[in-house]
Design a protein around this ligand. Structure first.
Ligand code: AMP
Ligand code: DBH
Length: 575
């Protein structure tokens, strides 16, 4: 059974094949293609551990073998929740070999998000890390398995305590050392000998590259997080084309410091682009200068990707000592709008070229190119990967606006999806009648086809690259009986660009911010989605059609923040 998705119209799919975008080669090829010539080249570094291309492929194959023995089958789905560790890629490639389709949740995601994903995909397998508090004991895994009986298999990365004998060790599964008592087949438990796998690597199921390889996560603007089916054909094209635009080769050394499942770090060109080109991926647990600068020096990193708030920290740290950055050739910045003044400082202060990247997990990715003018690099978010990325910029009536005029960005193309997973209703509004995806971004196109992101018409807060769907948090706020109305809006922040502010109307004048935050935490929402500020109002401003006027609320909080940022007049000491 394969995973259902909204296909591209047949004649368009045929043209994508004709033009060589879709090659009908599955993404497992990304490692396999290096197994003859570049097998001994360093592929991956994680702390003190490293993998050659041969070892990475072998580990993925062994893990796939272990999973087969456990009873995981092609067409199954998996919930993967791992931090920035090498095992993420081993699992990614192992599942792909088997035709098992994962959701790769962000490690900052919590019970609320994981349960929402599990509910949508009904996974057979969960791959989790004992480093996350959710998996320190068995309470949550048991609850999830009970709620979703399909969830039969758990693999755990990291130490597991005796009190939490959850599932199998991921490390043992990768080594092919699951003892046979773990492995149930035909309802009989075979002997207790250790399974030797080296000699018995299977031939994997034939993969169809037009099928879904994995689900990407949408930043979203709705009550439940939405899943984006990405096929081998479409995703592999975006990876290859991105690697080409970024001139990657086997000497490329990529520091992956943002979360590994993010579309930016996975495919723009990200770790997959670097693997495709035969370079080296170095993992960092997080993007702080203290962590990253020594890694850059030690491994002679040539490229990395950051969100704007991290750039601010890097500039501060480099002002003290940027000598460790000497090997860095270019820095990609994306996920949220990079201000021109920050952009301007990157080349002189970090000593590397800037590349702006404006992408989305749904598809379309734009890059500034290395031979672009300084103006384009500093002021635009680049232009699309492909000549066949179709862009429309429209006004509120859906009419195309002239170049240079802001409008809503609609797009379709060889790697932009055609529908969220199992969301027929939402898809009706997320796409126009011609299959263009409404990205929710307000952009301006320059005369020469570059895009500048100038705003947003989706109900989302972009918290320094981390996206918060307003409705998701409003629903949780409204679950408190004392809150009768709730609206989450963006408020300006000098470092993050935006933070979130929840306006509420409550029947309980004594309701404290701390109690609301406690409630949201108890809902199991990821920390980055917790409102940064909560404002109680007597009544919400309303639009003439009777909706909460979020524009007025954004203005109100922006004015308040602005007033607070003004230097306070000095107190007159005599009065
Ligand atoms: P996601 O849905 O999480 O994949 O986030 C994609 C969204 O992030 C885009 O639709 C934009 O709103 C935003 N975004 C990504 N890159 C940039 C950028 N360079 N400048 C401004 N916004 C960006
Ligand atoms: O923010 C994003 O989602 C993003 C940013 C840069 C992205 O998906 C991408 C590049 O591919």
């Amino acid at each position: 059974m394969s995973i259902a998705y909204t296909p591209w119209p047949a004649e368009i799919a045929a043209s994508y094949r004709e033009k060589g975008y879709w090659t009908d080669v599955p993404m497992t090829d990304i490692l396999i293609r290096h197994q003859s010539e570049r097998a001994e080249h360093r592929a991956l570094i994680c702390g003190e551990r490293s993998w050659t291309y041969r070892q990475l492929e072998l580990d993925a194959a062994r893990l796939a073998d272990s999973l087969l023995q456990l009873g995981v089958k092609p067409g199954d789905t998996a919930l993967v929740h791992l931090p920035n560790v090498a095992e993420f890629y081993i699992v990614f490639f192992a599942l792909m070999k088997l035709g098992v389709v994962p959701v790769n949740a962000l490690f900052s995601h919590n019970r609320h998000e994981l349960s929402a994903y599990a509910g949508q995909i009904q996974p057979t397998l969960a791959v989790v890390s004992s480093r996350h508090s959710l998996f320190a004991d068995n309470e949550y895994p048991q609850a999830l398995s009970q709620q979703y009986p399909s969830l039969q298999h758990w693999l755990v990365d990291g130490e597991t305590s005796d009190e939490a004998p959850l599932g199998h060790s991921l490390a043992a599964a990768i080594k092919g050392e699951l003892t046979a008592t773990h492995i149930v087949s035909d309802n009989t438990v075979s002997g207790s000998t250790t399974h030797g796998h080296n000699d018995a690597l299977r031939s994997w199921p034939e993969l169809d590259a037009s099928e879904v390889a994995f689900f990407q996560l949408s930043g979203g603007s709705t009550g439940t997080p939405k899943l984006i089916p990405r096929t081998h054909n479409d995703y592999y094209y975006s990876v290859r084309a991105s690697a080409e635009i970024c001139l990657l080769d086997r000497d490329s050394v990529f520091l992956c410091a943002l979360p590994v499942p993010h579309n930016f770090t996975l495919s723009s060109p990200g770790a997959l682009g670097v693997f495709y080109a035969g370079g080296t991926v170095v993992l960092a647990p997080e993007p702080s200068p203290m962590t990253c600068f020594p890694l850059i020096k030690r491994h002679q990193v040539t490229m990395t990707s950051l969100v704007p708030p991290a750039v601010t920290l890097w500039l501060q740290a480099a002002a003290d000592d940027g000598s460790e950055l000497a090997s860095l050739q270019f820095l990609q910045v994306g996920g949220a709008r990079l201000g021109e003044s920050l952009a301007r400082r990157i080349q002189p202060e970090l000593g590397c070229q800037l590349q702006q990247v404006f992408g989305m997990a749904e598809g379309l990715v734009n890059y500034t190119r290395f031979d672009d003018s300084e103006w384009h690099v500093l002021n635009t978010q680049g232009r699309p990967i492909s000549e066949d990325d179709e862009i429309r910029i429209v006004d509120e009536n859906g009419q195309d606006v002239p170049r240079g005029t802001p409008g809503a960005l609609l797009t379709r193309g060889p790697y932009t999806f055609r529908g969220y997973y199992n969301s027929p209703e939402h898809n009706q509004t997320a796409f126009d009648q011609d299959g263009f995806y409404r990205s929710g971004d307000v952009v301006v196109m320059t005369d020469d086809g570059y895009l500048m992101v100038v705003g947003r018409d989706k109900d989302q807060i972009n918290r320094g690259g981390e996206k918060v769907a307003a409705e998701e948090i409003e629903n949780q706020l409204l679950a408190l009986p004392e809150i009768t109305q709730a609206a989450l809006v963006a408020m300006p922040d000098p470092v993050m660009g935006e933070k979130s502010c929840a306006f509420i109307v409550t029947t309980n004048p004594k309701l404290k911010t701390i109690a609301i935050r406690k409630h949201l935490r108890a809902c199991g929402i990821a920390d980055y989605k917790l409102p940064d500020r909560i404002e109680t109002v007597d009544a919400m401003p309303m639009t003439h059609v009777g909706k909460i006027d979020k524009k007025a609320l954004r203005q109100q909080i922006a004015d308040q923040v602005h007033a607070q940022l003004q230097p306070q007049p000095e107190k007159d000491v005599l009065s």
